[in-house]
Write a protein that binds this ligand. Structure first.
Ligand SMILES: NC(=O)c1ccc[n+]([C@@H]2O[C@H](COP(=O)([O-])OP(=O)(O)OC[C@H]3O[C@@H](n4cnc5c(N)ncnc54)[C@H](OP(=O)(O)O)[C@@H]3O)[C@@H](O)[C@H]2O)c1
Length: 165
């Protein structure tokens, strides 16, 4: 059965985006995202897809699955779906699939994911897009690494698994 993994980088105040971009440049997190997702399908909203730099979209080496309600939306080299359920059905026989944002896709992805890969930057950022509320009672922290960045200070890579009911 496919493992559904929500992957995101969040500020202390849960900001994930500003003006359809990520409000920081944390190379270690980009490297972490690449390492985690390489070779696996990446599901994202159309706004997140369009926020990727032109030379980095579609994300190379990964099937980019873009969700949109816009039947005219075109993104060459990607697989487009008009519902989250159809995207999930499409990846059901894969080993893993990553939910790559933004906020609206995280919200529905959190309901079905078995794993969270969260990078936490331990300071607040200004922005307009927040990660949805997480009920941490449902999740068990299974890995936690502390790091330090010259520009942004301390940050953590945290892996959570959904608790068995
Ligand atoms: N920090 C991080 O790790 C991270 C990761 C990813 C994104 N971000 C940031 O998040 C922001 C973008 O997030 P967002 O929430 O505004 O946009 P988004 O989630 O990327 O895309 C939203 C769009 O997805 C489509 N959509 C949503 N639910 C759908 C469904 N069930 N079926 C089909 N299509 C669906 C809709 O498309 P239409 O209505 O347009 O048709 C909706 O407008 C940006 O600032 C980006 O940089 C941050």
């Amino acid at each position: 059965m496919v493992s559904i993994i929500v992957i995101s980088c969040l500020a202390k105040n849960n900001i994930i985006g500003k003006n359809n971009d990520i409000p920081w440049r944390l190379q270690a997190d980009f490297d972490h995202f690449k390492k985690q997702t390489m070779g696996h399908p990446c599901i994202m909203g159309d706004r997140t897809y369009l926020s990727l730099p032109k030379n980095a979209r579609p994300l190379p080496g990964r099937e980019n699955i873009v969700l949109t309600f816009d039947k005219e939306f075109k993104a060459p080299g990607t697989t487009i779906f008009y519902s989250f359920e159809d995207a999930l059905d499409y990846v059901k026989d894969k080993e893993k699939a990553f939910i790559c944002g933004g906020a609206s896709i995280y919200k529905i992805g959190l309901k079905v994911a078995d794993t969270l890969e969260l990078t936490r930057i331990h300071k607040d950022f200004e922005g307009d897009t927040y990660f949805p509320e997480i009920n941490f009672d449902e999740w068990e922290l299974v890995n936690h690494e502390e790091h330090e960045d010259n520009e942004h200070g301390p940050y953590s890579f945290m892996t959570y698994k959904r608790k068995k009911k």
